[in-house]
Design a binder for this molecule. Structure first.
Ligand SMILES: [Zn+2]
Length: 111
């Protein structure tokens, strides 16, 4: 998994191809991992009223895009890039991610 929450990614496929967005969520789907990006791959969902505060109607929801259809944008060179794996970091042993173009470590600020 090269894509993490908080990454800026470029969409490579689908109707939003060429757009950029920030990953809000990474989800496991039937076809592997998908990323949810606000404003990207929006779909209309028909929704019933479940409470007085939630009205029935058609709402727009972002649908997960398969990770293979996005590419991480390097924060330093501002270009979509492939990811190289660096050294292990921290006690959990996550690998650092490096930009294949400029070698910069790709940091993610997740709260
Ligand atoms: Zn770079």
């Amino acid at each position: 998994m090269n894509v993490r929450r908080g990454d800026t990614v470029l969409v490579l496929a689908g109707k939003d191809r060429g757009k950029r967005g920030t990953v809000d969520r990474v989800e496991k789907t039937k076809r592997g991992f998908g990323v949810v990006i606000p404003g990207i791959n929006m779909a209309k969902r028909h929704q019933r009223a479940r409470s007085r505060t939630q009205s029935a109607g058609i709402i727009d929801l972002p649908v997960p895009i398969h990770v293979s259809n996005v590419q991480v944008v390097c924060p330093r060179c501002n270009q979509p890039t492939r990811i190289a794996h660096g050294k292990l970091e921290g006690e959990h042993g996550r690998r650092t991610r490096l930009c294949k173009r400029c070698g910069e470590q790709i940091e993610v600020t997740t709260k």
